[in-house]
Design a protein around this ligand. Structure first.
Ligand SMILES: [Zn+2]
Length: 280
């Protein structure tokens, strides 16, 4: 009874102040309201490029049903919620290459679209040192609802687009665009661009070499982290499983927090992927 009353209050008041984050209700509620935007935002779908771009952490929207997730406005703007600056760089790169770009609008704290839905960090209870109240003791049904309404629509659309290119006999190279925080758990990170890969041992390492040789930027090879099956989704599934060349870029977010800097950093990525492609 108490829960029913609370539930109605939450519905009435928009779920902001009164949500009981610790309830373990098995009721399946819709995550996204009908008037909220879909997770997927596509730009330049018909782009002529062989490069196909993905930006999974492009947005920090939180569905109205989750209120503020129990987080301060400041926390909802931090790197824990999204990849600061990545959207602007991805948009520039899409324009420069005439490449299709698939972006995801909702915060990775709601569901991380670069994680399999079965790993804990898909809906993290804690991100860096910040507890995420709305993600404590999530039921399987709650996780599934987020996956069904956000994760799968995004990745199914990517899959269909890649299948269609394949069926049309088009070459595809997959490029994902991310950003990372300059300081993590108190450690300063020196790299400006990270080139991340795992099973791709040709395209991505060549990109690292090219950037190291042809720019004066600080480039990391699998820094600040490497691609893995538990810590990534797009590269292992849409790239490696298909056997297509693939690379994940990470740009330090203090360099791209101002969107005015996006063209410069997108330019490095464009120069690298096109130079390497020319000699592959
Ligand atoms: Zn990211």
């Amino acid at each position: 009874m108490k829960r029913t009353i609370l539930y109605h209050l939450v519905q009435t008041l928009g779920g902001i102040a009164l949500t009981d984050w610790n309830q373990t209700s098995q009721e399946t509620k819709r995550v996204l309201a009908p008037h909220e935007p879909p997770p997927l935002e596509v730009v330049n779908a018909q782009g002529s490029s062989e490069f196909f771009l993905i930006c999974e952490h492009a947005g920090n929207r939180i569905p109205e049903s989750l209120g503020d997730m129990g987080l301060s406005e400041e926390d909802r703007q931090r790197h824990i919620a999204w990849d600061i600056g990545a959207r602007a760089v991805a948009l520039e790169l899409s324009k420069m290459l005439d490449a299709p770009l698939y972006m995801q609008r909702y915060s990775r704290l709601v569901c991380d679209c670069n994680r399999r839905p079965d790993v804990p960090s898909f809906a993290p209870e804690k991100s860096e040192a910040t507890i995420v109240p709305a993600n404590q003791n999530l039921s399987a049904a709650d996780r599934e609802a987020r996956a069904e309404e956000i994760f799968w629509p995004f990745h199914n659309a990517v899959m269909e687009a890649l299948d269609a290119r394949d069926a049309a006999g088009r070459t595809t190279k997959l490029v994902t665009v991310h950003s990372f925080t300059p300081v993590f758990h108190g450690e300063k990170r020196p790299w400006e661009i990270g080139v991340l890969f795992n099973r791709d041992r040709d395209f991505a390492p060549r990109i690292y070499e090219w950037l190291t040789t042809n720019t004066d930027r600080v480039i990391g090879s699998n820094e600040p982290y490497a691609v893995g099956d538990d810590s990534d989704y797009a590269i292992p599934v849409h790239g490696e499983k298909r056997g297509i060349p693939c690379v994940e870029f990470e740009i330090r977010n203090d360099l791209i927090a101002d969107p005015a800097n996006a063209p410069r950093w997108a330019g490095y990525l464009r120069d690298a992927v096109t130079a390497v492609t020319a000699v592959l």
